[in-house]
Design a protein around this ligand. Structure first.
Ligand SMILES: *Cc1c(COP(=O)(O)O)cnc(C)c1O
Length: 379
C-alpha cells in the first residue's frame, strides 16, 4: 500500500476482530512510486521541471489561470493573502466552521479574520450574514468550499464587486467542485488548494495558488522563493515555501486520476444518500457539482452526546467516521472570541462525516448503510 499504510492500518486495530472501513484513504500506486523513483534517479529533487509541469497541468482545471505550487495548503493561503496585499488592519471575512488554517493564514499575513455564520444546509458561509459584517476595513471575503461543496460564489462575487473588495477562495477541499460549470479556484482573485494526504488528491504535502492576475502570480513566485526570480537578486522579503520535484511528481500522477476518483466519490455519495435513513443526508445546491471531499450527515437534535454515541457505535461495528471540526475556529484557544454564530454551534453538535472515498467497494457501501440505518433507528 506504500507511503501511508500506517495511518489506515492503525484504525483497524481499534476493535480487534472487526475490520474497519477507514474514514479516509490516500491511494498511492505503482505510478506514484515510479514517478518518485524517476525524480530520485535524476539527482535533482528541489523545485524544477516536475513543479513547472504540475502547475501547467493543474492550470487546465482552473480555466487556464496562473498556478503557483507551494509546500502546503496553508502556505498557499498565507502567500495568497500577502500577494493579494492583505496587511495589518485589514479585515477578511471567513467562516468559523472550517479548519484553523483558514483563519490562521489571515492572521499570519497580519490581517484580522472576521468570522461569519453558515447556511446549515451547505455548511458554507451565509451570504446575508457575510454582507452584514462588511466594514470600511474589509478587504476580502474568503469562502471555504467545505467538504467539497462550492460556496455561494455567485453571490459573493456580486457582493465583492458592489463593495469593491476581493474574493479569495479556500479550495483546500474542493478540487473539481464547480458552480454553473465554473470550477472552484477560478472564481476568486486568488484561490488556494491543498494536497495533504487525506484531500481528494495528494502530493504527500503540498498546495497550489491560482490567480487570474499576472502581477499577483509574479509576487507569489517571488514570495515562495526568498523573494528572488534571479538567484541572489532578492526583490522582496520572501520565504522558502517551494514544492519539491518529488512531491510534484506524485501530484502529477494523482491529478491524472482525480477526475475518475471524483466521479467515484459522487457515485458513492449518491448511493449513500439514496439509502441512508434517520440521518440528514448532505444537500447539493442547484447548479453545483459537489466534489465530496467528505460525506457529512447530521444527526438531528442539536445533541453532541447523541452524535458522539452514534459515532462510537458505528466505529465498534467497523465504520470509520469523524467530526470536521469539533470546535469552531473563533472558540479555539488560538483565537478565543465570544461571538454569536448560532448555526455554526448547532451544526457542530450534529455533523459526522462517513467514508466516501473512491476505494470503497459495493460491499463497503452496503455495510455503511446497514450499520448507520440500524444505529440511527435506535438513537
Ligand atoms: C487542509 C486544509 C487547509 C490546509 O492545507 P494543508 O495542506 O494541510 O496546509 C486549509 N483549509 C482547509 C479548509 C483545509 O481543509
Amino acid at each position: 500500500m506504500g507511503l501511508f499504510k500506517k495511518k489506515t492500518a492503525g484504525a483497524s486495530a481499534v476493535s480487534g476482530a472487526v475490520t474497519m472501513i477507514p474514514a479516509a484513504k490516500p491511494m498511492i500506486g505503482d505510478e506514484e512510486r515510479a514517478a518518485v523513483d524517476r525524480v530520485l534517479r535524476s539527482g535533482m529533487m528541489a523545485q524544477g521541471p516536475e513543479v513547472k509541469a504540475f502547475e501547467e497541468e493543474f492550470s487546465k482545471h482552473v480555466e487556464g489561470r496562473h498556478c503557483i505550487a507551494v509546500n502546503s495548503g496553508t502556505s498557499a493561503l498565507h502567500l495568497g493573502f500577502i500577494a493579494a496585499g492583505i496587511k495589518a488592519g485589514d479585515e477578511v471575512i471567513v467562516p468559523s466552521f472550517s479548519f484553523a488554517a483558514t483563519a490562521n493564514s489571515v492572521a499570519l499575513a497580519g490581517g484580522t479574520p472576521i468570522f461569519a455564520d453558515i447556511d446549515p444546509r451547505t455548511f458554507n458561509m451565509d451570504p446575508a450574514h457575510v454582507e452584514s459584517l462588511i466594514t470600511p476595513r474589509t478587504k476580502a471575503i474568503m469562502p471555504v468550499h467545505l467538504y467539497g461543496h462550492i460556496a455561494a460564489v455567485d453571490q459573493f462575487e456580486a457582493m465583492c464587486k458592489k463593495h469593491n473588495i476581493m474574493l479569495i477562495e479556500d479550495s483546500a477541499q474542493a478540487h473539481l467542485a464547480s458552480m454553473n460549470g465554473r470550477p472552484s479556484g477560478a472564481w476568486g482573485s486568488v484561490a488556494s488548494f491543498s494536497f495533504y494526504p487525506t484531500k481528494n488528491m495528494t502530493s504527500g504535502e503540498g498546495g497550489m495558488v491560482t490567480t487570474d492576475s499576472a502581477d499577483i502570480a509574479r509576487m507569489l513566485r517571488l514570495l515562495r522563493n526568498q523573494g528572488q526570480e534571479v538567484i541572489y537578486q532578492n526583490e522582496v522579503v520572501g520565504f522558502n515555501n517551494r514544492m519539491t520535484d518529488i512531491h510534484a511528481a506524485i501530484g502529477r500522477v494523482q491529478l491524472r486520476k482525480l477526475p475518475a476518483w471524483t466521479i467515484q466519490r459522487q457515485k458513492n455519495a449518491a448511493y449513500l444518500s439514496a439509502n441512508l435513513k434517520g440521518v440528514i443526508a448532505p444537500y447539493v445546491a442547484p447548479n453545483t457539482t459537489h466534489a465530496f471531499h467528505q460525506y457529512t450527515v447530521r444527526i438531528p437534535g442539536e445533541d453532541a452526546a447523541k452524535r458522539d454515541h452514534f459515532m462510537t457505535t458505528i466505529r465498534e461495528r467497523g465504520i470509520g467516521c469523524g467530526v470536521y471540526y469539533p470546535t469552531p475556529i473563533h472558540r479555539l484557544p488560538s483565537f478565543r472570541l465570544e461571538l454569536d454564530l448560532p448555526e455554526t454551534e448547532k451544526v457542530i453538535k450534529e455533523c459526522v462525516s462517513l467514508p466516501v472515498h473512491p476505494s470503497l467497494t459495493q460491499a463497503d457501501l452496503e455495510k455503511i448503510v446497514s450499520v448507520v440505518n440500524d444505529v440511527a433507528s435506535k438513537l
